[in-house]
Design a protein around this ligand. Structure first.
Ligand code: CP3
Length: 344
């Protein structure tokens, strides 16, 4: 049995004080991250330079002693490895070559051909498994097929995932072929991450909330189910965290139907609702609005305590409902951690 608190919570244990980590814990709100990023030159070089990626992964562990480190990389490295050009425009976000026709799709590589390109990511994990403190769990991750597809189809981030919804309506066969290719590539990628030292993996479906009804089942639930089943077949006992962000009532039963060991909850639902409807099936993670990391004060303390209390009767990993933002104050992160660990 492991001593790592994060792995114990994922195994279904109710702990007196929940383990803590934070989405985007290595990021621009930290001066030491900005310094290493400047050394790397740009964001993608940082992702693909293993010793620097390991360094930024370790920075929030040194500063705060989080219970888990998440691999520093990006969900868009898979499209990059598949051959869709990827670049980041400072202040705007990611850009990729678009996939809207069969000819665009035909240029992509096969799901098994991504490993040479992603070798630096696996090396980052190997460095981290050597260098992390014994009590810190190592989390690998990938984007879920639907979320990654929304960026590949549009060639950028979109507020409503319009281009992906349009392709789905106009050429469903092509859309589904892309989802299948991404599902296969995600299995290969995460499986290699586990071989390189990841002790759990998280599937980020940041845009799951824009899939409704049957389409939520087909393009959020089914791919997650296939990825999780295959990973667990290859790596028995591997715990998996799923994040179908803004799924709303789609959170209900998500762990059971997909086989996920933990469901990450955004901040659009209340912790009390999530405790009653999601935690009944196992571990939950998340829910604190990332704005509290900017605003701090009594509201941060009260809201942190409320979430800890709401989830105190079952397995729980303390986290935010989405990534911490660059304008966050590092002191507020410490205040959140102190509040959780005081057990108040
Ligand atoms: O959580 C972590 O600390 C691990 C590393 C990580 C990053 N991105 C680093 C990153 C993880 C898990 C991600 C996931 C990711 N990337 C998601 C899913 C989670 C979510 O936020 O919904 C998505 C949609 C992306 C795609 C992406 N990457 C966008 C849209 C952007 C630009 C927006 C922004 O914040 O600048 C990124 C860039 C990115 N990924 C940064 C970091 C630290 C900022 C890059 C920089 O240093 O300028």
């Amino acid at each position: 049995m492991t001593d790592k608190l994060l792995l114990r919570a994922l195994a279904g244990e109710t702990l007196p004080i929940p383990p803590i980590w934070m989405m985007r814990q290595a990021g621009r709100y930290l001066p030491e991250y900005r310094a290493t990023r400047a050394e790397a030159g740009d964001f993608l070089s940082l992702c693909y330079t293993s010793d620097l990626a390991a360094e930024v992964t370790l920075q929030p562990i040194r500063r705060y002693g989080f219970d888990a480190a998440i691999l520093f990389a990006d969900i868009l490295l898979i499209p990059d490895a598949l051959g869709a050009d990827l670049w980041f425009v400072t202040g705007e976000g990611p850009r990729l070559s678009t996939i809207t026709t069969e000819a665009d799709f035909a240029k992509l590589k096969g799901a098994d051909d991504i490993h040479d390109h992603l070798a630096p990511v696996y090396e980052t994990l190997r460095i981290l498994s050597r260098e992390l403190p014994a009590e810190t769990a190592l989390i690998g991750f990938a984007g879920a097929p639907w979320t990654v597809a929304t960026y590949m189809i549009a060639g950028r981030g979109t507020p409503d995932q319009g281009p992906a919804h349009a392709l789905k309506a106009e050429n469903r066969a092509l859309f589904e072929t892309l989802i299948d290719r991404l599902t296969d590539a995600t299995i290969e990628y995460l499986s290699m991450q586990v071989q390189a030292g990841a002790e759990t993996v998280k599937l980020f479906d940041s845009w799951a909330g824009s899939l409704k009804g049957d389409e939520f089942i087909r393009y959020a639930v089914e791919p997650a189910k296939r990825i999780i089943a295959e990973l667990k077949a290859r790596h028995p006992g591997l715990p998996v965290i799923a994040f179908p962000r803004e799924a709303g009532e789609g959170y209900i039963g998500f762990a059971k139907t997909t086989g996920a060991d933990c469901v990450a909850i955004d901040n659009s639902v209340s912790a009390a609702w999530a405790a009653a409807n999601v935690q009944v099936d196992g571990c939950v993670q998340g829910n604190l609005d990332p704005r509290h990391m900017v605003t701090g004060g009594d509201d941060l303390v009260a809201e942190t305590r409320r979430i800890v209390k709401a989830f105190s009767n079952g397995p729980h990993i303390f986290n935010l409902g989405h990534g911490i933002t660059p304008d966050a104050d590092p002191a507020n992160v410490q205040m959140m951690i102190d509040t959780v660990r005081e057990g108040a």
